[in-house]
Design a protein around this ligand. Structure first.
Ligand code: AMP
Length: 218
């Protein structure tokens, strides 16, 4: 699942995880868990994440390599927020080749001005991870509608940090698309601005159906 921060990669990956019975691997979530746990890796990456920069390739590559070996990934997996650099993409291409996995590359496209508005209104449930957009669900401000958990703003969703994240995306992640195209991946573009998650999901499921002949397994 490819696209700039705030393009809805996580939202779509969560929806697809359920319908396809595959695992959702979000490197951002994994890193935030390590920061919250306060372990050595978490301490080492906290500052980088807070400023909107990218965590070193070796750290992220190792995490992803270990994660995709877990039993719940045996049916397949959705990568959300990875690869973000050409070095990460090179490792991934090697792993997919060795495992004989036929990948699909979905590129979610959204205008940057919309991203800035979206991320500054994003709230996350501290308990279940549900994502809210405040202008759409103002009643959700105090607590999560699903589990009653406290809604929080991600530290890196502040506007100045979002601008840094978009710069990192332009500088380090956009070349990943070119690299992957160069090694034979077809990037399937989906318009992800100003459309509901369910409509976007429908488009992605159509692409999955066309490629694999199936779009739902559960
Ligand atoms: P995300 O939740 O995907 O927006 O990621 C949040 C932050 O985690 C990013 O701004 C980076 O600091 C870090 N991060 C997540 N995935 C990667 C990755 N593949 N490579 C490097 N840093 C990452």
């Amino acid at each position: 699942m490819f696209g700039p921060p705030g393009s809805g990669k996580g939202t779509q990956a969560k929806l697809l995880e359920e319908s396809l019975d595959v695992c959702h691997i979000s490197t951002g979530d994994m890193l935030r868990e390590r920061v919250a746990s306060g372990d050595a890796l978490g301490k080492a990456v906290a500052g980088i994440m807070e400023s909107g920069g990218l965590v070193p390739d070796e750290t992220v590559n190792r995490m992803v390599e270990e994660r995709i070996e877990q039993p719940d990934c045996a049916n397949g997996f959705i990568l959300d927020g990875y690869p973000r650099t050409v070095n990460q993409a090179k490792l991934l291409v090697g792993v997919l080749g060795a495992k004989k996995i036929a990948p699909m590359l979905v590129h979610l496209k959204v205008d940057y001005n919309e991203i800035i508005t979206r991320l500054s209104s994003r709230r996350i449930c501290s308990q279940c991870g549900a994502v809210y957009s405040m202008p759409l669900s103002p009643q959700a401000e105090a607590e999560c509608e699903r589990c009653g958990g406290k809604l929080t703003i991600r530290d890196d969703d502040r506007e100045e940090v979002v601008r840094e994240r978009l710069k990192a995306y332009d500088r380090q992640t956009t070349p990943v698309l070119e690299f992957l195209r160069g090694v034979g991946f077809q990037a399937l573009g989906v318009e992800a601005g100003k459309r509901s998650p369910q409509v976007i999901l429908g488009d992605i499921q159509g692409l999955i159906e066309a490629k694999y002949g199936v779009s739902k397994v559960v």
